[in-house]
Ligand binder design. Structure first.
Ligand code: ZN
Length: 358
């Protein structure tokens, strides 16, 4: 009897000689990537676009306690909850199937691996893909806001940035660079420089600050004059992270430089506004939003004259409900999914614009 098509893509888990193998039939052209996370120890296999209607949970064996399917379509993931720490997995992909082979490993080794870094992936996308720079706010000696229950903003922003990076890379439509991938202090100016030096298509800064009485997510773009007093206060606080946010301008006569810069800025502003609108539209209905969700203020980190940029306040750590939500991986995953959709929408529109010009 032929197996039903719905079962064709369900994984198989087998154990032999101390090794646990997971074999997964893989659809044609599916871009997969494997990362490890701790607490609880697990491997996450992103499989955007994989057709899969098998069971959502699969009982594990050996080193895999359970396999769970999460999300769908462009954000489909297979999560392997581990029975214990494993060594770096051996991954082979060929002839429509992916094999992940696991052996037990030391706790310390797994801890080093389990920071969301890429363990294995389908062949990398070509360098011609647009670059998205994700900026996890604060870091190192600058914790950002500290929530009422002690949540550090710098940890929330990093967790969200790593999640968004995984989703974008799994989508295979852009390359992603992080201004920081760990708990380290990076001056605001260096964050902008990275995006400019690498000619990023867009720059998205992630934060979760505090403001009296405020709740919900909001999206900011640059403006010399703030749209309201709260936005002005937020920008003032963010800009205190350091005072060296100076821009390097091209070496042309001052007159020419001014005109050039104003033209570039105008175009960048249009792009930033579009990015912010897309982000608000995607977040709508997914997470609580601050009224007048798109706001403007003079955030230093948004001041690259030539890179469209927006800053997302994912919520306010000064609000107990927001703080609790932002501590939940599932909530951050919803934010990441929404922002990935916004980024894809932005990049799609850019590609359209280029095609029309050509
Ligand atoms: Zn912040």
């Amino acid at each position: 009897m032929l197996p039903a098509p719905a079962e064709a893509a369900a994984p198989r888990i087998t154990v032999a000689r101390g090794r646990t193998r997971l074999v997964l039939p893989l659809g044609r052209g599916i871009a997969w990537r494997l990362t490890a996370l701790g607490d609880p120890p697990r491997l996450v296999l992103d499989l955007p676009g994989q057709a899969w209607s098998g069971p959502a949970r699969l009982r594990g064996a050996g080193l895999i306690a359970e396999a769970r399917r999460q999300g769908s379509g462009a954000s489909l993931q297979l999560v392997l909850l581990l029975a214990g720490p494993v060594a770096a997995p051996r991954v082979t992909a060929r002839a429509g199937q992916l094999t992940i082979e696991l052996a037990a490993g030391p706790v310390a080794g797994f801890a080093r691996m389990a920071d969301g870094r890429l363990l294995a992936a389908a062949p990398p996308p070509p360098a011609a893909l647009p670059l998205v720079v994700l900026d996890a706010g604060h870091g190192g000696r600058d914790p950002g806001t500290i929530g009422a229950r002690g949540t550090l903003e710098k940890r929330i922003t990093l967790a969200a940035a790593l999640e968004l990076k995984r989703r974008l890379e799994a989508g295979g439509r852009c390359r992603v660079a992080l201004t920081r991938g760990r708990d380290v202090f990076i001056p605001l100016g260096d964050r902008i420089d990275l995006a400019r030096r690498r000619q990023a298509a867009l720059f998205l800064s992630l934060h979760a600050d505090s403001a009296p009485g405020a709740r919900g997510a909001s999206v900011y773009t640059l403006s010399e004059t703030a749209s309201d007093a709260m936005s002005a206060a937020l920008a003032r606080r963010e800009n205190l992270a350091d005072r060296a946010g100076g821009l390097r301008l091209p070496s042309v006569p001052p007159e020419v430089g001014r005109i050039l810069l104003s033209l570039i800025r105008q175009e960048t502003r249009v792009g930033s506004d579009r990015l912010a609108r897309l982000a608000v539209a995607s977040l709508q209905g997914e997470v609580p939003l601050l009224p007048n969700t798109h706001r403007r203020a003079g955030f230093v980190v948004l001041k690259a004259p030539d890179v469209p940029a927006a800053l997302v306040e994912m919520g306010f750590l000064s609000n107990p409900q927001d703080e609790a939500a932002l501590n939940r991986p599932a909530h951050r995953a919803r934010i990441a999914t929404a922002l990935a959709e916004a980024v894809h929408g932005f990049l799609g529109a850019q590609a359209g614009a280029v095609a029309r010009m050509g």
